[in-house]
Design a protein around this ligand. Sequence first.
Ligand code: ZN
Length: 313
Amino acid sequence: MRYGIDIGHNCPPDTGARGLKFEDNLTVDVGNRVITKLKALGNEVIECKPSKADTVRDSLSRRVNRAKSADVDVYVSLHFNAFNGQANGTEIFAISENSRKIAKTVLDEIVKLGFFNRGVKRGSHLFVLRNADMTAILVECCFCDSRKDMDLFDSEKMANAIVKGLTGKLPTEEVKPLPDEEDNVDMSTLRLQTALNRLKMADKNGKPLQEDGKLDPETIFATERFQKIMGLQVTSVAGNTTWNAINMILAKRVIRPNHAGGPIVRYIQHRMGAEVDGVYGPQTEVAVRRFQRQNGLLVDGIIGSRSWQILIG
Ligand SMILES: [Zn+2]
């Protein structure tokens, strides 16, 4: 069988929920194990997570297109839920009859681990399922903001349950985390470093950050610098508000004069050398037009895709 395994999010601006644990870390952990185990059982696996995307929609369509072009038999998108800290359990989304059948067998296996059975649900509102033309499921493994679920959660067991549900076989292969993953590579720090580099938030010496997952003084410096520019509380830790600001900028929305754009306009002002106040007024427009002239762009004061391309790639 050929499986398309889609490790949810992990592609800013497509980032996941933040609860007691970060959805992105959980999907990577479970997803990599699922991939290894499926291969060990003799299956072919196509990894569907893109390395880069301009928007969330772009990230999602790249995932499903990857599965389509590789002609996978079954597409599996891996996610973790978050709601109010109280909700807990597992649910799996599917549309077609075949997909619902597989969803049920996977769900049954996960529920055996002790998670509350929230059922197989209709996923016609979900982009990846709506656009998949093969058997496709989206697994909400459990809730990353539920103490109950996070206490129960074990990535190795979760991966085994998913693989058993998909293949009917219990994986024999135990996956040991790579030594450096176990030791000190914090995926959320790595993501932060990658994002800050894209935003050209350099270290003290104007150099890009080392993308090594280590929360070193340079990374903290760049984080604080970003928070200052954004007018956020300077905490040296990238929490929700910092990530929201990062994601808003990476989404590369079109920005026009007279826009009160908050973080996005602040970022543009910083990059253009204009006064940073979050409001796109006449001074900012002068700076934007200068930037466009210098870069051989249409001088219209509108930050569109070409300007964004130059700013953050
Ligand atoms: Zn998700």
